[in-house]
Design a protein around this ligand. Sequence first.
Ligand code: GAR
Length: 209
Amino acid sequence: MKRIVVLISGQGSNLDAIVRASEAQDWPGRVVAVISNRAEARGLQSAQAHGIAAESLDHKAFADRPAFDAALAERIDRHAPDLVVLAGFMRILTPAFVARYEGRMLNIHPSLLPSFTGLNTHRRAIEEGCKVAGATVHFVSAQLDHGPIVAQAVVPVLAGDDEASLAKRVLAAEHELYPRAVGWFVKGELELKDGRVTHRGREPQGWLA
Ligand code: GAR
């Protein structure tokens, strides 16, 4: 059984989707802990409701980013994870932290990478006149939002969309995409080699949500 630690900062709807998937009988992974950098994150309550260890570690209590990341790594490692899942974890990570979990840390980003790294992805996609948007699951690398892509889901940008309506559509796609990608990892079906990802020996296909 693969052990998963999920890092969150907010509502944790992707966390919920992964926990739901993990409760399926043939799913060889369990979320063993959820850690948030914000004590008030709703996802912590949701984790507790599922009997999952839920902890917070306030980044503001640390002098700098390396100090926070070192403390966070220490907390994570207590749970001996096979996989670290970033699910709406809104912190930039130091290279040392990223290196520690190389090949075993996934992130979901609400855009079709490599377009729209960083924040405000939906607003920027609408402003640019994009006709499709989506979400990307990728292995985390030192460069923000640039790691090897595991899976992508595409949604339409509809006439009249605003940031909120597009965000809602993308988030619904994320709830399909992330559990699927995490499932591939825990089943041992993903391979990361020379910066490219294969799933059961093939390039994973993207899909229209
Ligand atoms: C999701 O849309 C996720 O893609 C995004 O935050 C949201 C978290 O929602 N992540 C990032 O922007 C990371 N750069 P959730 O807390 O309901 O899962």
